[in-house]
Write a protein that binds this ligand. Structure first.
Ligand code: ADP
Length: 228
């Protein structure tokens, strides 16, 4: 379902962030991306939702090379891919409900459908009772829950997360991981870059380790494996 073929990425400043990656990720997999800072993890992840394009090579999603997708088609790709960031990226002037509804409003879903679906996902992340609150009134863990709700409201086939627990305390991180597990159990592919050794070692899934823009390890049910 997701396939990289010889993906090479050189940024305009001359830095080679990915040096010829080959990888396949099947529908429904849960994959951790690990590696030291500067290894290329974020660049790898950005390729998957066309935030960056490979300088050469193919980035295939459902057999289509998304590197070749016209810019006006990118929003359609993003509807099938939920993205969660370390810093949540919620819209500060919109309340919880509106932050989540936004993704459905842009695709002109019917108001009643939007309302039902938004309340359903807010219920799933345990925040139905805070629908009218604003991001600044929420804890970090709650804000991350809102961003997860927003990322799944379109029922995407794939969820991409870049250090989703990076700003959270350990207990809250586990709560967030439980949500990801739940989402994965419904068949959604999850690709998560993380530095969280405890989580990777305890909730075992495929581990892809990147170093210097290369995949140095790819192990089903692997461990974190670094001493950082
Ligand atoms: P990681 O997520 O593993 O820390 P990144 O993918 O962010 O790694 O970065 C890989 C390399 O590419 C680093 O050397 C970084 O400085 C460089 N890099 C990342 N983004 C850009 C950019 N937009 N422009 C230029 N260089 C970049």
């Amino acid at each position: 379902m997701i396939q990289m073929k010889n993906v090479y990425k050189k940024y305009p400043n001359g830095i080679v962030a990915l040096n010829g990656l080959n990888v396949e990720i099947a529908q429904g997999e849960f994959v951790y991306i690990v590696g030291p800072s500067g290894a290329g993890k974020s660049t790898f992840i950005k390729m998957m939702y066309r935030e960056e394009r490979p300088s050469s090579g193919q980035m295939l999603v459902d057999g289509k090379d998304i590197a070749k997708l016209k810019n006006r088609k990118v929003p359609f790709l993003r509807r099938d891919i939920g993205v969660v960031f370390q810093d949540f990226k919620l819209l500060p002037r919109l309340n919880v409900y509106e932050n989540v509804a936004f993704a459905l409003e842009v695709i002109e879903e019917k108001p009643q459908v939007i309302k039902e679906r938004v309340m359903e996902v807010l219920d799933m992340v345990g925040l139905k009772h805070k629908a009218k609150m604003f991001p600044r009134e929420l804890s970090g863990g709650e804000q991350q829950r809102v961003s997860i709700a927003r990322s799944i409201v379109n029922t995407p086939k794939v969820m991409i997360a870049d250090e989703p627990t990076g700003n959270l305390d350990p207990d809250t991180s586990w709560d967030i991981m439980n949500l990801f597990e739940q989402i994965n159990s419904t068949g959604t592919t999850i690709i998560m870059a993380t530095h969280n050794r405890e989580i990777v070692n305890k909730l075992r899934h495929r581990v892809i380790a990147i170093e210097g823009g290369l995949i140095v390890r790819d192990a089903a049910g692997g461990d974190y494996g670094y001493e950082d």
